[in-house]
Design a protein around this ligand. Structure first.
Ligand SMILES: Cc1cc2nc3c(=O)[nH]c(=O)nc-3n(C[C@H](O)[C@H](O)[C@H](O)COP(=O)(O)OP(=O)(O)OC[C@H]3O[C@@H](n4cnc5c(N)ncnc54)[C@H](O)[C@@H]3O)c2cc1C
Length: 400
């Protein structure tokens, strides 16, 4: 297999790089670099900039505003996005909900929601998990009962990322308690300011409040906001989780953050020697680098096979395991490089690009590193816990 990029692909890379250079506002790049301070407004703005160029959702079909890029071009695009410290897409809308709407939504739902997802005007959160239903989503209990032309929703979601900053949410709810658990679920969208929805933030170890509990108390949602057929929520949720097969490797994140770890280790000294040049640290870097290269080749192998009909579910679970462990390793490497400097990170969440009082004399890349390291302890949980992925591999690949 040949993984050389063609001259046309390299020209495409240059075009993307130049576009980002010319259009990415410095303050947005700065916030993205300092993960510490991600702002939904930045995502909105950047999503709008990408959409104006026709690149707001490259993976969508062109008739909805996507591109006809090959998987390799999408790969190149994402590499350049992360290299430049540009924010990723407004993911819950562009990558999770939109493919479901495109495949199963009504014409009204598509015309109402897709354009505003594409240009970043409306933000979305995903409400699947519940206190008693995470890995085993089929047991979820939030109930939606049809009364006239409205569903009345009661129940609770948890771990809902960005719920407070979102205009809308898409939810899995139980519309039929009498059938097999998976058959009784439906997929519904609701504005987050609908009366009866209450959001309570959860403070996490990284010092942020991105996660939330979402409570539903007799929330009235028009029947027209149910996506597709009632009882098909499980199928749509699986379709959604299946859509971006290689994203679970977090390849671009991992490459960028390994690069940052190396940059940090080049600025720190141990016994008068640059940390990166010490045998102990360079050995650690080499090990992570080799494993990341292997992960990258696995991703490229899948991308190169995109037109084949292989059942890749076990491979995708393997990518999730390796990719999430790698997220933990590259962020840990940054902390190793920072040493005692890593200890201070929670104060000044309002820090801005021009703020000279922000940790004077510190390497800029240090900002946010500890917070990110702590957040990524959850990488082996969100998007499907590691043990569950191992079960999938055992079942599909080994047949046990
Ligand atoms: C940072 C973060 C962001 C999140 N964002 C969202 C979001 O936006 N929307 C949303 O809906 N959810 C979100 N989640 C929830 C996430 O999807 C769940 O945490 C995840 O699916 C695991 O479910 P759980 O927390 O209920 O743990 P459980 O399913 O209770 O698992 C607990 C432990 O038991 C293990 N386990 C479970 N079942 C098995 C099994 N069959 N065999 C072996 N071991 C098993 C798990 O691996 C885990 O270690 C987020 C979670 C995190 C941490």
């Amino acid at each position: 297999m040949n993984f050389e990029f063609s001259p046309e692909d390299e020209a495409f890379r240059a075009e993307v790089r130049e576009f980002i250079r010319a259009n990415l506002p410095a303050e947005i790049a700065c916030d993205a670099r300092r993960w510490f301070n991600p702002k939904v407004d930045n995502y909105r703005r950047w999503q709008g900039i990408l959409a104006a160029r026709g690149w707001g959702a490259p993976h969508w079909p062109p008739e909805y505003g996507g591109t006809d890029w090959s998987a390799i071009r999408r790969h190149i695009f994402m590499e350049e996005i992360y290299k430049a410290d540009a924010p990723d897409f407004f993911w819950q809308g562009t990558h999770m909900l939109a493919p479901v709407l495109i495949a199963f939504g009504s014409a009204d739902q598509k015309s109402r929601f897709l354009p505003k997802i594409l240009n970043g005007e409306e933000s979305w959160c995903q409400g699947f998990s519940e206190p008693g239903a995470g890995s085993d989503l089929a047991t979820l209990r939030t109930a939606a009962k049809l009364e006239g032309d409205h569903y009345i929703i009661n129940g609770q979601k948890i771990w809902t990322s960005d719920a407070r900053e979102s205009d809308w949410g898409f939810f899995l709810v139980r519309t039929d308690p009498t059938v097999k658990p998976q058959r009784g679920l439906s997929f519904i969208v609701a504005r987050m300011d609908t009366p009866g929805i209450r959001i309570r933030p959860i403070r996490t170890i990284d010092g942020r409040e991105e996660l939330n509990e979402v409570f539903f108390d007799n929330v009235r949602v028009p029947q027209a906001q149910l996506v597709g057929e009632p009882g098909m929520g499980w199928t749509y949720a699986k379709y959604l989780l299946d859509k971006e097969r290689t994203a679970s490797a977090f390849l671009y994140f991992n490459k960028r953050h390994l690069q940052k770890a190396k940059a940090l280790a080049s600025e720190q000294f141990a016994g008068g020697v640059r940390l990166i040049d010490t045998p102990a640290f360079s050995r650690k870097v080499a090990r992570v680098e080799a494993d990341l290269l292997a992960l990258e080749w696995s991703v490229l192998r899948i991308l190169a096979q995109e037109k084949n009909k292989y059942d890749l579910n076990a491979v995708v679970s393997a990518l999730k395991i390796r990719g999430s462990e790698m997220q933990q390793r590259v962020t840990e490497l940054q902390i190793d490089a920072l040493g005692p400097l890593a200890l201070r990170h929670f104060e000044r969440r309002d820090a801005t690009i021009d703020d000279p009082t922000w940790m004077p004399g510190w390497p800029e890349l240090a900002i946010g590193a500890s917070s990110l390291f702590l957040f990524e302890r959850a990488a082996t949980i969100y998007g499907g816990a590691r043990e569950v992925q191992k079960n999938i591999i055992a079942k599909l690949a080994i047949g046990s």
